[in-house]
Design a protein around this ligand. Structure first.
Ligand code: GDD
Length: 331
């Protein structure tokens, strides 16, 4: 069975590729990936993947790839994912998130009309959550409060429209926060872990910069999340919508405390105004019951386990950076 993963070299795409190659039982999958630029994250898998390099914003290129691959399953993961940076470059976010998905769905409609397609939105579509809406289920009103959230509403509704108008088997997920090894340090767990690793290696002062520590979020490990994506596509009816998250929540401060506890270094914590946002919802918690009932999914990896792996990842990366830096330095 042919699978196409857009954004395969990204944090979630590479984790999904590993999962599908390694653990997924059943018929063998031929995995194709759309990539924009090469990335270390899939380096170790590249012999087992068929990669197509290009830009999803280019409709002619997307059409060629989809015509060539004619996938049975599509995981559309290529997207702008940084909420905070979306206020600085709103048009870039709209252009990327909307045009990539539009080009993909148009090409699928032409060349692979029977494909099952996973469209990935976000808890950010709910935006300004009323406390009475918590935990957030699929019926919660959409009140997006960031350019990123708006772009994800469009992706979500566009996927529904392609089902309603053209009968394309789209399945929609609204994912809550996910963390794990390989994530960029634009996101909170990696932002903290990277600084801790830098401090441990003596690359920065023992001062850890943070943003809002009071925000409460629902965290799922990325490895549980990609398993959820697989189940969503396997079990989802055309046009069906799933909220995916753990159903539990913690303040950002709790992540910080765990990470500091995992390090032996003496570290001072300091708030950095640059890391604060124009608008922030105090608490976001998923109600995953619909998804759990339909698929049997439940997360298996604890927050502490995730954070241990995130810190391990950044320690390894920082060690390599330091070694390279040392080698590159003049004698
Ligand atoms: N990034 C970051 N860096 N966030 C910080 C920091 C910091 O130094 N300090 C505190 N935070 C807080 C943010 O203000 C936010 O409340 C919370 O940590 C989580 O921020 P992020 O990890 O950046 O994630 P996000 O919630 O903005 O968005 C993520 O989750 C969405 C789903 O809920 C992204 O993965 C999105 O792409 C995804 O859709």
């Amino acid at each position: 069975m042919r699978v196409l993963i857009t954004g395969i070299s990204g944090f979630v795409g590479s984790t999904l590729a590993s999962y599908l190659l390694g653990e997924q039982p059943g018929q063998p999958l031929e995995i194709h990936g759309a990539i924009h630029r090469a990335d270390q994250r899939i380096h170790h898998l590249r012999d087992r993947l068929r990669l197509h390099k290009g830009d999803l914003r280019n409709p002619a290129w997307v059409d060629r790839v989809v015509e060539l691959v004619r996938p049975a399953l599509v995981f559309h993961l290529a997207a702008w994912s940084d909420v905070r940076a979306s206020w600085d470059q709103p048009w870039a976010v709209y252009e990327l998130n909307i045009s990539c998905q539009l080009n993909l769905l148009e090409a699928l409609r032409r060349h692979s009309p029977d494909a099952k397609v996973l469209a990935v939105a976000s808890s950010e579509v709910y935006g300004l959550i009323d406390p009475s809406d918590i935990p957030i289920d699929e019926q919660t009103p959409l009140r997006p409060n960031s350019p990123y959230g708006i772009s994800k509403v469009v992706q979500d509704l566009m996927a529904q429209q392609y089902w309603l108008n053209f009968g394309l088997h789209t399945v929609r997920v609204r994912s809550f926060n996910h963390i794990g090894p390989g994530q960029s340090d634009s996101f909170v767990a990696s932002a903290f872990a990277r600084q801790i690793a830098g401090i441990e290696h003596g690359l920065q002062e023992p001062v850890l910069k943070v943003g809002n520590l009071e925000a409460e979020r629902d965290y799922t490990d990325v490895r549980d999340m990609v398993r959820a994506y697989w189940l969503a596509l396997k079990c989802g009816e055309p046009g069906e919508l799933f909220n995916i998250g753990s159903g539990t929540y913690f303040p950002v401060r709790h992540l910080l405390d765990i990470l500091l506890d995992l390090s032996a270094s003496e570290i001072t914590v300091e708030q950095d105004p640059e890391r604060l946002r124009p608008s922030e919802v105090p608490r976001i918690v998923c109600n995953p019951q619909h998804f759990a009932r339909r698929t049997g999914w439940a997360p298996g990896i604890s927050l502490r386990h995730s954070l241990t792996d995130v810190l391990h990842y950044w320690r390894g990366k920082t060690r390599i950076e330091r070694e390279n830096g040392t080698k590159a330095a003049p004698p």
